[in-house]
Design a protein around this ligand. Structure first.
Ligand SMILES: Nc1ncnc2c1ncn2[C@@H]1O[C@H](COP(=O)(O)OP(=O)(O)OP(=O)(O)O)[C@@H](O)[C@H]1O
Ligand SMILES: [Mg+2]
Length: 506
């Protein structure tokens, strides 16, 4: 590990990094900062949660000329939450240098953004749709941009976003530095990337596996209709501090979060159809531990950095390996450990093998606990918690109440009642989980033949063949019309009908 002071970074940025608690550079930061400071274009690839934001953020902040009031840096991110998160991290890195940063994203009052743009921000972090809206309104002037960054670059260059990116690029000077970052970078996408880069330096942090090793990865083979009960039992046994459960569709997320709430879990759902205010409030509650289960579509997967996520459950196996990598990467961040469980129906086993081939990591089969095992596990945990509380020796006044109770009741009964109170007993409150259509049958085979089947919305899968999607239907006529959007969501979302998977927005 290298100390930041060895990376030719100015004092003010070093002070900011210190304040952030960053002492040593992570490998991707060490590998990219030098090239980026030399002005090189970079394709940066490193595992989830390993500090890619600062890897592009540090050189960007270093390059900003404080006396220049123009927009000098533009960062494009696939979701609103990510745009906000990246701008917050940049704000911290640029704090001592007083760099002005603004995030622009769909779902937020555009008038407010227009007023904020008049304050002369030097860096803009935005989602593609809203950036284009501002370009059309002539409220965003990009002709002085010197650095363009795509976070989650493969996602940004997939079929759904490439038109938007091309449209934005027309307004950004050709003479610029371009930085692309992601944990995954399928070869076909990397090829597209080089089209608008200038002799990019590829910085790939070598690792045996694509996922970080501090995430324990399991799979549970089960029938579709058994999944929910197994999930509840796993939650009872694991007792995650913070968990994210991924579902394949918006309906799935709604049903799962309702069902979990009915069964007494503190759960909320998040997906692209919710209002921006709702999405932000759910995320805030999750970050503040007011809810401990976040049920999400892939919208929440990319790039979100929520500390303390201990468990990720893929209630539905994702359709492509890249999504898997990003989903489970919400845990095990910044060196912490995590646990991921993926549900797979028997006919989806082929997908599991493809994921494993891509990540180069086998998942361990997990035998789901039976109801009585789940209960026994919980009782055990309750007992251990009681013992810990006793050992902490901080009971004070509680002893007075205990003595009062002991005058009238049997000691064993009282302790048993305490254990019972702390234990979540099996709950058969009826819930509705509609059956999700399984992914198309796919034989177990090597990743070299990944085409066919499994079309995901926008035909992104087709990139696996190195070609353009035929059935994506993402292209929108009138895409330059700022008014076409509805609540920041793409029209394409509706048009895709039943195959809509919930990914796109803005
Ligand atoms: N040098 C560092 N020292 C300590 N913590 C760091 C360092 N760099 C980044 N972090 C922290 O690590 C966490 C993960 O960083 P970040 O979100 O940039 O990861 P990422 O590589 O972009 O992941 P993803 O692929 O999921 O987007 C953040 O909380 C960040 O503040
Ligand atoms: Mg990131």
């Amino acid at each position: 590990m290298t100390n930041f002071s060895e990376l030719n970074i100015t004092e003010s940025t070093l002070r900011s990094l210190k304040r952030m608690g960053f002492e040593e550079a992570t490998p991707i930061q060490e590998g990219t900062v030098k090239f980026a400071l030399e002005g090189r274009d970079i394709i940066g690839q490193a595992q989830t949660g390993t500090g890619k934001t600062a890897a592009f953020g540090i050189p960007l902040i270093e390059k900003i000329e404080p006396s220049n009031p123009n927009i000098q840096g533009l960062i494009i991110a696939p979701t609103r939450e990510l745009a906000i998160q990246v701008s917050e991290e940049l704000y911290k890195i640029g704090y001592d240098k007083r760099v002005k940063i603004l995030s622009v994203y769909g779902g937020q009052d555009i008038g407010r953004q227009i007023r904020a743009l008049k304050n002369k921000p030097q860096i803009i972090v935005g989602t593609p749709g809203r950036i284009i809206d501002h370009i059309n309104r002539k409220t965003l002037k990009l002709e002085n941009v010197q650095t363009l960054i795509l976070d989650e670059a493969d996602e940004m260059l997939n079929m759904g976003f490439i038109d938007d990116i091309n449209a934005i690029l027309e307004y950004v000077p050709k003479e610029r530095q371009t930085l692309l970052f992601s944990a995954t970078m399928p070869p076909a996408i990397r090829k597209i990337a080089t089209n608008f880069m200038n002799d990019p330096e590829e910085v790939k942090i070598k690792s045996k596996e694509m996922t970080v090793e501090n995430i324990d990865q399991y799979f549970v083979k089960s029938q579709e209709k058994e999944k929910f009960d197994i999930l509840s039992r796993l939650l009872n046994v694991h007792q995650p501090e913070l968990a994210i459960i991924f579902g394949r569709t918006k309906r799935r997320v709604d049903e799962l979060s309702q069902a979990l709430s009915l069964r007494g879990y503190l759960a909320e759902g998040i997906h692209g159809d919710l209002s921006q205010a709702k999405r932000m409030s759910v995320l805030r509650q999750f970050k503040e531990n007011k809810i401990d289960i976040l049920v999400a579509t892939d919208v929440a997967a990319r790039g979100l950095d929520i500390s303390g996520v201990t468990h990720v459950y893929n209630f539905d196996i994702p359709q492509d390996p890249e999504s898997y990598v990003h989903r489970i990467g919400r845990t095990g961040r910044a060196g912490k450990s995590g646990l991921a469980v993926t549900f797979v129906t028997p006919r989806e086993m082929g997908y599991l093998r493809i994921v494993e081939e891509t990540t180069k990591k086998r998942m361990t089969p997990l035998r789901p606990p039976t109801e009585s095992e789940a209960l026994a596990g919980q009782q055990q945990t309750s007992m251990e918690t009681l013992v810990e509380i006793v050992q902490a020796n901080d009971l004070g006044d509680y002893r007075i109440f205990a003595n009062e109770l002991l005058e009238n009741y049997d000691a064993v009964d009282l302790v048993a009642a305490a254990i019972k109170f702390m234990t979540k007993e099996p709950d058969d409150t009826p819930v509705t989980i509609s059956e999700e259509r399984p992914l198309p049958m796919r034989k177990e085979r090597s990743s070299s033949s990944r085409s066919g089947g499994g079309r995901r919305e926008g035909g992104r899968r087709d990139f696996g063949r190195g070609g353009r999607s035929s059935g994506g239907g993402r292209r929108e006529s009138g895409r330059r019309d700022g008014a076409r959007r509805e609540g920041g969501r793409r029209e394409g979302d509706r048009r895709r009908g039943t195959t809509t998977r919930t990914r796109r927005e803005d």
